[in-house]
Ligand binder design. Structure first.
Ligand SMILES: [Zn+2]
Ligand SMILES: [Zn+2]
Length: 325
């Protein structure tokens, strides 16, 4: 039986936003951690960032949907993209009709095309590969326009034109005040919905009422920033200004800070300095060296001396990103 729907046009449903870490180990998998991959779910849409070897199995394990249409790569070191070969094959076996879009910095076309040609069968759905550059704003998916957020591409320092991605939601409508709407004589119903959108409404008695004073100022959306591998750098600080969640690599601890510099990676403390400089709300460390595979508490401790709101990711961990207000 069909359920009767009651219209509540003035109720603004807050979209859920969460990230799930599918792989948090640097360079190679360990017993506890797989190599890089992270899914982001927003309003039922799933995006994948990186796709290290074995990512498809991690997705099954941690309940991440295979109904995704975009994968974002930060660079093409093997631990960040080898999993795309198997994942695309599996999606092909599932008789998927939708196209898939893959994003990555310079070299993406050549490398990903080669990866997709591995294996005998032809991929039975369309795969588009888009090369991205710092400063680009990805407003469209393979299916059309992103409605309520954009993906911003920023430069990182890991050699070879590596990039990071920032998911930035558009501004939200201001807070609606039902008492003020009633006081202005606007009856509850579809007119409330119009006011909520900032429109001026006409009443039965001929008066018009504007949204001003009934609806508060627009409120910022959320910002989630994913760095991929990088040295601490100004590009990330800029991209992560006021981020609700900054996911920064922290391959090493303080005692290996020279090694971090030589290999184009960050220490946990350096990641914390970036979070502090960006005035981020929360920092999650990922891409940890195998020596921290079992316990990365040392990394958290070092980072928290600089930035309190720090956690370290582990495989299967899901983090909800609430609105700041
Ligand atoms: Zn890596
Ligand atoms: Zn790398």
């Amino acid at each position: 039986m069909l359920q009767r729907r009651t219209a509540h046009p003035a109720v603004y449903i807050l979209p859920m936003l969460s990230v799930t870490f599918l792989g948090t180990s640097a360079a190679r998998p360990t017993v506890e951690r797989n190599v890089s991959a992270m899914s982001l779910v927003r309003e039922g849409e799933t995006l994948l960032f990186e796709c290290g070897e074995g990512t498809q199995r991690q997705m099954m394990r941690y309940g991440v949907s295979f109904a995704l249409s975009e994968i974002f790569f930060t660079h093409f070191h093997a631990d960040h993209f080898l999993g795309v070969i198997g994942l695309i094959r599996t999606l092909g076996l599932q008789a998927r009709p939708e196209p898939m879009r893959l994003y990555g910095p310079k070299g993406a076309k050549k490398l990903l095309t080669q990866a997709l040609q591995l294996g005998v069968e032809r991929v039975p759905f369309e795969v588009e590969i888009e090369e991205v550059k710092p400063g680009m704003v990805l407003r469209e998916t393979g299916k059309g326009k992103r409605e309520t957020y954009d993906i911003h591409v920023f430069g990182t320092e890991h050699g070879g034109g590596s990039v990071g991605y920032a998911l930035r939601e558009h501004e939200r409508p201001g807070r609606f005040d039902p008492d003020k709407a009633r006081a202005a004589g606007v009856p509850e119903g579809y007119l409330w919905g119009k006011l909520q959108k900032g429109e001026t409404v006409g009443l039965a008695d001929g008066r018009t009422v504007s949204a001003e004073g009934i609806v508060g100022p627009k409120r910022p959306g959320r910002l989630v920033v994913f760095t991929g591998d990088t040295r601490p750098c100004a590009g990330v600080v800029d991209a992560a200004q006021g981020a609700d969640l900054l996911i920064h690599e922290a391959t090493f601890g303080e005692e290996e800070k020279e090694r971090a510099k030589e290999t184009g990676h960050s220490t946990a403390r350096e990641a914390a300095q970036v979070a502090l400089a960006a005035k981020a709300r929360r920092l999650v460390l990922s891409h940890v060296s195998a020596r921290y595979s079992i316990s990365a508490e040392e990394l958290v401790k070092e980072a928290r001396e600089v930035f309190r709101e720090t956690a370290v990711a582990k495989d299967g961990m899901t983090i909800e990103v609430p609105f700041a207000d």
